[in-house]
Design a protein around this ligand. Structure first.
Ligand code: MG
Length: 361
């Protein structure tokens, strides 16, 4: 029986984790549930899964004994708030099933070091990184030549650049293949998400940035590829369904029934295109912050979280998301990411600066 502490239990990923627990009650139990602010949904989950701890992050500091009795910490909290949980689980030496991208984007160096010191194991939940993990036979330290991440391209891939200023939040939330939370769906439309995933891959697989590429693949069937020195490339294929990488992060190397089998004849064809980097500048902004390191990716993320919230509220246009991020990266000076508190301060400073940029206009 694998005991799970689930952080972000009322979000899109969290609900799918609990669906898997419900399906395999002999395999999994839940020791802790942490929600962001949805007290009512948390109460219902608490009654069903009977965890030792059920806690709403909006109440304040996380309980110190959150990870005491779990085998696996599944971190699916939203945004920068996930980092504190990931670091605590790493220090506690747990298996970390990591669905929160910002933990590695903002705190990659700290998280990897804390996991090494604490004896924690990091297992990717993000579908692209799970695909790579599978292609590397579940060995994050295996050698390879190159990683290629696939991107759906989002809802605006084929749109003219000039039309992007007129798109609405509702247009951007209408993702062609994946059904996810609102922040990541907007990040998929701007391609910021793919930039985040390059940074995640950099930390997870110890890969230099120039060994990681991304291509648009509108069908979202090939979930990513690993190229090897002999010219071979291994990919993982499947319908876009987050339950597969979530469940595999819990059970690997075992596989349990989860999702429908792929019908290649019915699909007929798969397509691949270069990433339209000029039309979607967030991708390169993310890469430049990732390469700069230190607090730069935290500045990128703080500005992005602020800008996406403003876009969802209708306060800024779609292209102004990238403008807000670029302004923050230009204005705020970066320092070394020596500890969590440094990142926390950079995050708060950036949110203030981005808010002033958006609403001070
Ligand atoms: Mg992904």
């Amino acid at each position: 029986m694998q005991k799970i502490a689930l952080i972000g239990s009322t979000g899109s990923i969290g609900k799918q984790v609990l669906e898997i627990v419900r399906r395999y009650p002999a395999e999994f139990s839940v020791t802790a549930l942490v929600a962001g602010s949805d007290e009512a949904a948390l109460a219902a989950q608490k009654a069903e899964f009977r965890p030792r701890i059920a806690y709403c992050a909006s109440r304040g500091e996380m309980p110190e004994d959150l990870f005491d009795d779990c085998d696996t910490a599944l971190i699916a909290a939203a945004g920068f708030s996930g980092l504190g949980y990931t670091l605590a689980a790493a220090r506690a030496g747990k298996k970390i099933a990591l669905a929160n991208k910002e933990s590695l984007v903002c705190g990659g160096a700290l998280v990897i070091a804390a996991a090494q010191d604490g004896g924690a194991q990091i297992v990717p939940v993000d579908s692209e990184h799970s695909a790579i993990f599978q292609a590397l036979s579940f060995d994050r330290a295996a050698s390879f030549e190159r990683l290629v991440l696939t991107a759906s391209g989002g809802p605006f891939f084929g749109m003219e650049q000039g039309s992007l200023a007129a798109v609405t939040a509702a247009d951007a939330l209408n993702h062609p293949t994946w059904h996810m939370g609102s922040k990541i769906t907007i990040d998929s439309a701007t391609l910021l998400n793919k930039g985040y995933e390059v940074i995640e891959a950099h930390w997870l697989y110890n890969a230099a940035f120039d060994r990681i590429d991304a291509v648009v693949h509108p069908e979202s069937i090939v979930h990513s590829l690993v190229y090897f020195s002999d010219g071979a490339a291994l990919a993982q294929l499947g319908y876009p369904d987050m339950r597969v990488p979530i469940q595999l992060a819990l059970t690997y190397p075992r596989r349990l029934p989860c999702a429908p089998q792929l019908d290649l004849v019915k699909l007929g064809a798969l397509h691949f295109y270069p990433l339209p980097r000029e039309k979607f500048p967030c991708f390169d902004l993310a890469l430049s912050a990732g390469r700069a390191g230190g607090t730069a990716p935290t500045v990128l993320n703080g500005a992005a979280e602020t800008a996406v919230k403003a876009f969802l509220e209708g306060s800024i246009t779609f292209p102004q998301i990238a403008e807000t991020i670029e302004d923050a990266l230009n204005k705020i000076s970066f320092t070394a990411a020596d500890c969590y508190e440094t990142l926390r301060e950079a995050d708060l400073l950036t949110r203030r600066a981005a808010t002033a940029f958006i609403y001070g206009k």
